[in-house]
Write a protein that binds this ligand. Sequence first.
Ligand code: SRM
Ligand code: SF4
Length: 557
Amino acid sequence: MAVKNNKENVSPDEYLKEESNYLRGTIEDSLNDPITGSLPYEDTKILKFHGSYQQHDRDVEKERKKQKLEPLYQFMIRVRAAGGVATPAQWLALDKISSEYADGTLKLTTRQSFQFHGIFKKNLKSSMQSINNALMTTIATCGDVNRNVMCNPNPFKSAVAEEAYKYAAELSEYFLPKSNAYYEIWLNKEKVKTTQEEVEPLYKKRYLPRKFKIGIAIPPNNDIDVYASDLGFTVIEEKGKLVGFNVSVGGGMGATFGDETTYPRLADYIGFIKPEELINVAEKVIEIQRDYGNRKDRKHARIKYTIAHRGVDWFVEELEKRLGYALEPNKPFHFTTNGDLYGWLKGINNKWFYTLFVENGRVKDQENYTLKSALREVAEIHTGDFRLTGNQNLIIGNVEEKDKQQIEEILIKHGVQNDVTHTGLRRNAIACVALNTCGLAFAEAERYLPSLIDKLDTIIRDNGLEEEAITIRMTGCPNGCGRSRLGEIGFIGKSPGRYNVYLGASHNGDRLNTLYREMLDEAGILKELEPIIKSYAEEREEKETFGDFVHRKKIID
Ligand code: SRM
Ligand code: SF4
């Protein structure tokens, strides 16, 4: 897959995509190469569109180098589920795959997907096949295409939520790549001849300039962090009916340290649409990004930069031109929180929904906390479903009244019921994967945040704030996978054991936090945060959130 002369001065990835023959590349042959546990560079790029990343175990990197061994290559697989819903049978299949082929754990992500880590090349195809046998797929969970569409995961909370979920599933399905490559490579389907027009009418040969994310938010809950999405739809409800959506565009969290031309950006609301316009509007927005997104520099290729550089007015004008009509003005709505509501909730269908705290989304068995076993046991008797939240938690959904007690008993037996001793701080924490699998991590996140919260909790308890919901988010680098710039307290890894600390995001996700201190180690973090937490306990106004408090007190600008 040699890259031809770069006459257009576009990013080399553009040629890789174009020359991949609609996402085939040489993946199929490379999988059978027994000499190495890795794939050729070009194939690793195309593999992302199939939902997998080549990684290596960074914990053993130095040791392997010393022994003159290649890195311990392994693969991450991301499984899509629109709005994050899986049946008990699917849960059992994922549980089995994680033990059979992966590192034994399952990661519930910040975008309502499942991830496996630690899969060796020789097991990649079997894993993909097992996932497909469970009627799930990994296609387009990564890569320069639209990803799975997020949605509030509690559709039976109201008829509106149920309808919104159906739209999320429709959008997710509609924007899947049309190429047959996935089925040929992983599922041994017959090879087909392709032409550009037949194969990808929307994405064409070069697909999108960069990843693309859509989310549907249902006020008053912004649990999917709609302001972080490339394209967002905020449900507008009138008299208990979903009457349409306010459309938002241009959100994104990623940045690069030391490069001020990259930055997180909150999406702008650009107008109201009716439900029947949803797919068409989404398609036109994606087309604009396809046609105008930056294909020279991947660091500036997200729609947030297209909009920031050309202006929101330009974007709306271009969209309305393509639609052939003007958007209606935004309708009023109000978000109260971007967190989850834990515990049992009765749906309008008289079934029960239990939101379970899963620390940083990692499903595994630990001493006295056998979460993976508990959920397997629940899945064996459960007749409803499992729903992932955008905060890396899990809803055991659509539970029959008669099964409620048994499910509760299983959770208690395994020590995984929502622990009432968890502080509001821990219950509102997110950490990205980071080490040992993420190749971009400068510092720990998922493996470190829980122990940092242990220490912060002491301060929280000393100040009587254990019930206070304060969002705290950590990422191992500024890419923002744990949406760290939307935490009332945010940490971004700068180097091993050192973090930039950000304060003051809003509690509902509509304001970014601000850099407070740089390069702090744990002692520094605790020293800086203790007096602020104390003054919050003593001086906050009624119902004032931590994020608002640090602004009012001018702790940050
Ligand atoms: Fe992410 C890349 C993990 C949600 C922004 N993200 C990565 C990679 C694949 C690292 C890589 O490129 O080599 C990480 C794999 C780590 C691993 O070992 O699993 C990774 N991202 C994750 C997950 C698993 C974090 C988690 O702990 O839950 C989330 C999977 C979501 C999913 O199911 O699809 C995840 N990533 C996000 C989010 C949150 C969101 O979308 O709401 C963001 C910020 C929003 C945004 O897209 O701007 C996010 N990930 C990034 C970026 C920065 C993109 C940018 O525009 O600058 C990268 C790096 C990149 O794309 O070059 C990245
Ligand atoms: Fe990796 Fe950075 Fe994303 Fe964390 S934020 S998973 S360290 S890319």
